[in-house]
Write a protein that binds this ligand. Structure first.
Ligand code: FAD
Length: 462
């Protein structure tokens, strides 16, 4: 019996749930990846994510070649390509890892129906998160909507069993022997190269993880300082599954240091937002998690949105953050919170615009985490704190970039300002000779104190 292992956001060969199931239950397994036209079409023609996937697939393909097999790559509509391939190959089953993004669910439902019409099956496994869907519920059987009790229940449920790797290596002899298969180039897929700027593929993920391990003990103290190398930078690898979540959680759990436990909590945030999206798919369609804020009429100025996107709001930390996003495709978590809060609570612009901008630019874009983060910042989401938690972009800057090193890296026109002046140049007693505010760097486009009052009035209306 022949089966297909359909790779999607799990571009690795080790500790892979679907591949393990496929290899274990079939005589011969063909590995497949589809560059789905439905996903690729709306993307900009130079997209770092497509390049990241392309490079990561090249490595996956090479690894399969070393086992005498190969990766079948198609550029097509997945809903048609998968059932058609199953027919051509005579595969009884297609194995895949579950993806709870609503668009992926719809696609998988369509593929499953087309396969079933032919007497074949789509078999899915949990792989993307540690716990999914209904696995962590309250005592009364309802989903959690607040993180801390969710985390406590999650930790209580965690058992070494859930962290065990799937021993794929043991079964690789069941990979179908294949002659070398064609591999479309980026231009053949309709894309220009766009260097992702990070190590890609399984090897890139393992290298980043190895470099993070000696730093994990300091994670709690360093993670909030964007100028320091305190975080793992693994998000894009978790997004595309070039590393297994079980491998990461297993390491943190076994390490047990305060820093490692704090990092594990971040992995739990990821599970948390995934189950929120699963239980409340409407949040992914622009709807507020908290319905009372659904209809807020944000009065912000569209020109301010452009200034925010381009990193010229006059608030140095916000501008440095946005330029980091534009230049690298990644933004530090503290800065995602600060810049998101600034867009919504200072510029009074609808969070959905910010969510969409991040979705376009982030290499690690993940609907569940991005939407969760934006709704958290906009106070429309699963935050235990009410709307009057409003970040002050200047005090955040003084606290988390105290020497201004991060700002100088991304806003070079402020490089000559000292560590006091750099957070709010318009308030500085002394500016470097020749530096002209509004000319060399924008004056603030809004006044935080005024906007804060406006935000409170907007949210407090009902
Ligand atoms: P580390 O600090 O090393 O954390 C390890 C991993 O935990 C991350 O790789 C990530 O997978 C997970 N994680 C950490 N924090 C969170 C969180 N708050 N929510 C969910 N997962 C988390 N993360 C994404 O992966 N994709 C997104 O599209 C995304 N959009 C965001 C938008 C906003 C407005 C905010 C506030 C946060 C967003 N995050 C998103 C969460 C977080 O900022 C990133 O995961 C993190 O900055 C990635 O860097 P890292 O891998 O070095 O993280």
């Amino acid at each position: 019996d022949i089966s297909i292992c359909w790779f999607r956001r799990d571009l690795r060969l080790s500790d892979h749930a679907a591949l393990y199931q496929a290899l274990k239950h079939s005589r011969s397994v063909v590995c497949v990846f589809v560059f789905d036209r439905a996903i690729l079409e709306p993307l900009p023609r130079a997209d770092r994510r497509v390049d990241f996937i392309h490079r990561s697939l090249a490595e996956l393909k090479q690894a399969l070649r070393e086992h005498g097999s190969d990766l079948l790559v198609r550029h097509a509509d997945a809903c048609e390509a998968i059932p058609e391939l199953a027919r051509t190959l005579g595969a009884d089953a297609v194995f895949a890892n579950r993806d709870d993004d609503p668009a992926a669910i719809a696609r998988d439902d369509a593929v499953a129906a087309a396969l079933a019409a032919d007497g074949r099956t789509l078999l899915t496994s949990k792989d993307v998160t540690l716990f999914e869907r209904d696995e962590v519920l309250t005592a009364s059987g309802t989903p959690y909507s607040v993180y801390t009790p969710y985390r406590n229940a999650w930790r209580k449920k965690l058992d070494p069993f859930f962290l065990q790797a799937y021993p794929v290596e043991r079964y690789l002899t069941a990979l179908a022997p294949l002659p070398p298969q064609p591999f479309p180039s980026l231009p053949e897929l309709g894309f220009a190269p766009a260097d992702p700027g990070v190590p890609t593929g399984m090897s890139g993920a393992q290298a980043l993880f190895a470099a993070f391990q000696p730093r994990i003990a300091h994670y709690r103290t360093l993670r909030d300082y964007p100028a320091d190398n305190g975080v793992s930078a693994l998000s894009v690898h978790l997004r595309f599954g070039t590393i297994s979540i079980r491998q990461l959680a297993q390491f943190a759990w076994a390490d047990g240091s305060d820093g490692a436990m704090c990092w594990l909590d971040e992995l739990i945030w990821r599970d948390f937002y995934h189950q929120i999206l699963w239980h409340h798919p409407r949040v992914g369609q622009g709807r507020s998690f908290k319905p009372e804020y659904e209809g807020l009429a944000f009065p912000g100025d569209p020109q301010h949105f452009d200034a925010w996107c381009e990193g010229r709001t006059g608030y140095p930390l916000v501008d440095a953050a946005m330029r980091q996003l534009n230049r690298t495709g990644w933004m530090h978590n503290r800065l995602r919170m600060v810049s998101a809060s600034f867009l919504v609570k200072d510029l009074l612009i609808d969070w959905r615009h910010g969510e969409a901008y991040f979705a376009e630019k982030l290499l690690d874009f993940d609907l569940a985490a991005n939407n969760g983060g934006w709704q958290w910042a906009a106070s429309t989401g699963c935050d235990a704190q009410p709307y009057f938690r409003i970040f002050n972009p200047v005090t955040q800057s003084e606290k988390f970039d105290p020497r201004g090193d991060f700002i100088r890296r991304f806003v070079p026109e402020l490089a000559a300002l000292d560590h006091k002046a750099i957070h709010a140049p318009w308030q500085a007693r002394q500016l470097p000779p020749g530096f002209r505010l509004s000319h060399d760097y924008p004056a603030p486009i809004v006044d935080h104190a005024v906007q804060r009052q406006r935000a409170l009035a907007l949210y407090g209306k009902d």
